[in-house]
Write a protein that binds this ligand. Structure first.
Ligand SMILES: C[S@@+](CC[C@H](N)C(=O)[O-])C[C@H]1O[C@@H](n2cnc3c(N)ncnc32)[C@H](O)[C@@H]1O
Length: 217
């Protein structure tokens, strides 16, 4: 994966280029969130990336690329989203900032990561965001969208989170290259209805969303 030089100061222009309509407050919160990850990374061991420039492209812009497809799916509806294995809150915190009508829960088995998301929610004033310390398999609430990024194979992701998916809910899995073999390994109870290519500014790498829903099989 290679990256061209790109800087946080370019965020307003990059957001427009990505088809995002964000106000000053949202742009500010995205940069504040990045600063929080950088500040707490050493203490909480949130991400293996250490370089601020890399965090900007590989984490923030990469997560932002999934926002227009998510907004298109929601079509202005409110709803509940669960981000599974969210780590530092990627992409869940970015979704919460960009989609204020969405109630976002970021679940992780590591307590300090869930605590970091709770702290980010407080510091950024995000009342639609919460960090949950749990294994996704143990959740009983249901969600309209269940997302993941850098989490697990499609088969494991859907198997572990299926009880958390609302009856008409969808899975949103952020992946690199179109994961043809992972799709082939899915059980008949999971239907892939769209593989959507993403373009991340400054990232010369393939990215996609695999959209799935539960089917009778
Ligand atoms: C590689 S990290 C990805 C973090 C983040 N989504 C990102 O894109 O940077 C995977 C995360 O999944 C969490 N995890 C693993 N198994 C889990 C489970 N069964 N339920 C919830 N979280 C889990 C790990 O603790 C880890 O933080």
């Amino acid at each position: 994966m290679s990256a061209v030089s790109i800087e946080p100061a370019q965020l307003p222009a990059l957001a427009l280029q990505m088809g995002l309509s964000l106000d000053e407050a949202q742009l500010g919160k995205l940069l504040q969130y990045l600063a929080l990850i950088q500040k707490w990374n050493k203490v909480y061991n949130l991400t293996a990336l250490r370089e601020p420039a890399e965090m900007f492209t590989h984490h923030l812009l990469d997560s932002l690329a999934a926002v227009p497809p998510l907004q298109k799916h929601l079509q202005g509806r409110s709803g509940r989203l669960l981000d599974v294995g969210s780590g530092a809150g990627l992409p869940g915190v970015v979704f919460a900032i960009c989609c204020p009508g969405l109630e976002v829960s970021c679940v992780d088995t590591v307590g300090k990561k869930a605590a970091f998301v709770q702290q980010a929610a407080a510091e950024l004033g995000l009342r639609n965001l919460r960090g949950v310390h749990a294994r996704v398999e143990s959740l009983t609430q249901t969600f309209d969208v269940v997302s993941s990024r850098a989490f697990a194979s499609l088969a494991d992701f859907t198997a572990w989170s299926k009880q958390a998916l609302a009856a008409d809910g969808v899975w949103l899995a952020m992946k690199g290259k179109n994961p043809v073999e992972e799709v082939a390994a899915l059980p008949p109870t999971v239907q892939v209805f769209h593989v959507e290519q993403l373009k991340v500014p400054g990232l010369d790498a393939e990215r996609c969303i695999v959209w799935m829903r539960a089917s009778a099989g």
